[in-house]
Design a protein around this ligand. Structure first.
Ligand SMILES: [Zn+2]
Ligand SMILES: [Zn+2]
Length: 635
């Protein structure tokens, strides 16, 4: 047993009364798990658990000693009787390694009961501690797969958590005399975001992305680090977009066995995106950098954290994630280094502004010396229209097209943008009694389902509706389609088709386009950024061209055909999950406290340097826009 654990046991025995009958103390990563033969005492006295948490400065979980656990079959019957029927329980599984029963339900609130009464009754009567998971309103194979695998491999998972705690609380750590940051990707560019943060004691990576649009510069400069992967303490993933998470399974493929920290929805959504990424590469006849096996390994090593939860991740680094308002589960990363030697905030991709899905980015911190900030729209001209104008234009364009006997195609990114557009259309339909069918295709279906499993990560209105079984994503106007139906429904008049990919680089949006583009009554609406060289950008350019030649070469049944694009083409701005230039500056003004130094990343070169100059000039703060591999000494 480690010295740290011995010490911890001693402290606990001084706090709890002898009748608490603590039989074992264990550490799972940074959290304390205490096993007791008198679970009733802890259930009655919440104050005791609170005192433990405050005095130990750790999260504390209390579980029944193995001798109190009823045999699973027997316990299952008891649990079924305790939980009210309308809770919609879909699965009850026992995890003997963790002394937990995992209950998947449609209405977790009813499983918990008022003030947790139902939960307590389950523990008292069966010994098992219930962990409640919300079932998404529509099936998500990715979520079921993750939950199944974690349960199946819980022995390995427990071993990993214990090993992680030994690393976090290792003996005689060195003093944090210096702190160094090295961008390994995502500096003066968008894509492959990855930062190495080091102190004399610790080494961590913040984000580990790929640039899916690039063949030569797709991966971060991991080969430049001068230590082996088993010396890496932790990886933190800010959000699920592949430019922040897409290279992570590669680390596990090549020997990393440490933890990855992120929010729970980030874990699920990144798996969805990674599986799609390797699928697309294989269809293009290219070798993916990792396989499904490595993604599974990653999931087993992922430790999820809620917003605001403070966690020790190395002997001298303490992590807190906060809402970034960008996509489901997206977080800003705050690190408290060396007992207050240095505090770093990495905003990651963020929205300082109104969206229907998420609250705006969190801005109140105890301390910040270094701020790392995104600059996607950091250029002087990167101003977006206010949302109400974008919404009005969107609805108006759909109306005009549909009442004219045409249909609308909106290519969307499956995560975030798609759900935001769905909410705009749903709200309008609900208020006006409008009943234009909106066909939802591709990965958007599963992505929306995952949103409904995590209502607490959504803006209040949407959260409330999901909790009251009135999820906007389940509205009658949305009709899910699969690939066998595409050809038939694309002929339909007066409909909206919402489908990925957003830049029309493959996916159902391209198929709908082929079927719809030659009819002048139809409209194509772009609601997102179209990357250089993408089909979306080429179509967008057609609309700006003066000549009458609107031909675009497309591959149909293996042959290249010149398609004559007659459909109307519109671009509606204002739906970005990123802050525009004004919002970036406004975020900085609102941020407390002010940092000593700002590091600008995640933007084309000119955007990063432009924003660095503006902030330095207007806010009188030291700014820098480093290049990849420029090490910065922060302390
Ligand atoms: Zn992003
Ligand atoms: Zn990004």
């Amino acid at each position: 047993m480690s010295e740290f654990l011995k010490e911890l046991e001693k402290k606990i025995s001084e706090i709890v009364p002898p009748e608490a009958l603590v039989s074992k103390v264990s550490l799972h990563a940074s959290e304390v798990v205490l096993y007791t033969k008198n679970i009733g005492l802890f259930l009655e006295s919440e104050a005791l658990v609170k005192t433990l948490a405050t005095k130990l400065k750790k999260r504390v979980h209390v579980r029944s000693d193995a001798s109190l656990l009823k045999p699973p079959e027997e316990a299952k019957e008891v649990i079924k009787k305790i939980i009210p029927e309308d809770a919609g329980v879909e699965a009850i599984n026992f995890d003997p390694e963790f002394h937990e029963v995992i209950i998947e339900a449609k209405k977790p609130g009813l499983v918990i009961g008022k003030g947790g009464t139902t939960l307590k009754a389950i523990t008292l009567e069966t010994g098992w501690y219930p962990r409640i998971l919300r079932v998404p309103t529509a099936p998500s194979p990715v979520m079921s797969g993750i939950r199944y695998n974690l349960l199946k491999n819980s022995k390995e998972r427990l071993k990993f958590l214990k090993k992680t705690s030994e690393r976090i609380y290792r003996q005689n750590p060195k003093k944090a005399e210096w702190v160094r940051l090295t961008p390994l990707g995502g500096a003066r560019e968008v894509g492959r975001s990855c930062f190495l943060l080091e102190t004399p004691e610790s080494k961590i990576l913040i984000d580990c992305g790929v640039n899916v649009a690039s063949r030569d510069n797709a991966y971060p400069f991991l080969d430049s680090i001068n230590f082996s992967l088993d010396q890496l303490d932790a990886v933190i993933i800010s959000h699920a977009h592949l430019d922040h998470s897409g290279f992570l399974p590669y680390l596990y493929k090549y020997g990393y066995t440490g933890p990855t920290y992120c929010t729970e929805p980030t874990r699920d959504v990144m798996v969805l995106l990674m599986l799609d990424y390797i699928d697309v590469l294989m269809k293009e006849g290219r070798d993916p950098p990792y396989g499904q096996k490595d993604i599974k390994k990653m999931v087993l090593h992922t430790i999820t954290k809620d917003y605001g939860e403070v966690t020790d991740i190395t002997p001298d680094m303490r992590l807190t994630l906060h809402n970034a308002g960008h996509i489901l589960g997206s977080a800003s990363v705050h690190l408290h280094i060396g007992q207050g030697v240095h505090n770093l905030l990495y905003t990651a991709d963020f929205k300082f502004g109104y969206t229907k899905l998420f609250d705006t980015i969190y801005t109140k911190y105890p301390r910040i010396e270094t701020l790392i900030m995104e600059s996607t729209y950091g250029g002087a001209k990167d101003i977006q229209p206010p949302r109400y104008i974008s919404d009005k234009k969107l609805i108006q364009t759909i109306h005009e097209t549909c009442s004219n006997g045409g249909s609308v195609l909106i290519p969307v990114f499956a995560i975030g943008r798609a759900q935001e557009i769905m909410l705009v259309i749903e709200e309008y339909a609900r208020r006006s009694g409008w009943d234009i069918p909106v066909y939802i295709d591709g990965m958007t279906k599963e992505a929306s389902a995952i949103h409904t499993a995590y209502p607490e990560f959504l803006r209040r209105n949407v959260r409330k509706r999901i909790l009251h079984n009135n999820s906007p994503f389940e509205s009658d106007i949305f009709i899910e389609v699969d690939k066998t139906q595409r050809e038939e429904i694309s002929e339909e008049k007066g409909s909206v088709f919402l489908s990925p990919s957003g830049m029309m680089s493959g996916g159902p949006s391209v198929e709908y386009f082929k079927a719809m583009c030659e009819n002048p009554k139809n409209t194509l609406i772009f609601v997102g950024y179209q990357g250089e060289g993408s089909l979306g950008r080429r179509i967008q350019n057609l609309a700006n061209r003066n000549s009458n030649d609107r031909t675009i070469p497309m591959v149909i049944d293996g042959k290249t055909v010149g398609m004559n694009v007659k459909m109307r083409i519109e671009t509606i701005e204002g739906y970005s999950g990123h802050s525009d230039r004004k919002q970036l500056l406004e975020f900085y003004r609102r941020l407390t406290p002010k940092p000593e130094r700002v590091i600008l990343v995640h933007g084309e070169e000119k955007k990063c340097t432009d924003l660095a100059r503006t902030l330095a000039y207007s806010q009188r703060v030291e700014t820098t826009a480093p290049r990849n591999l420029d090490s910065l000494r922060l302390k």
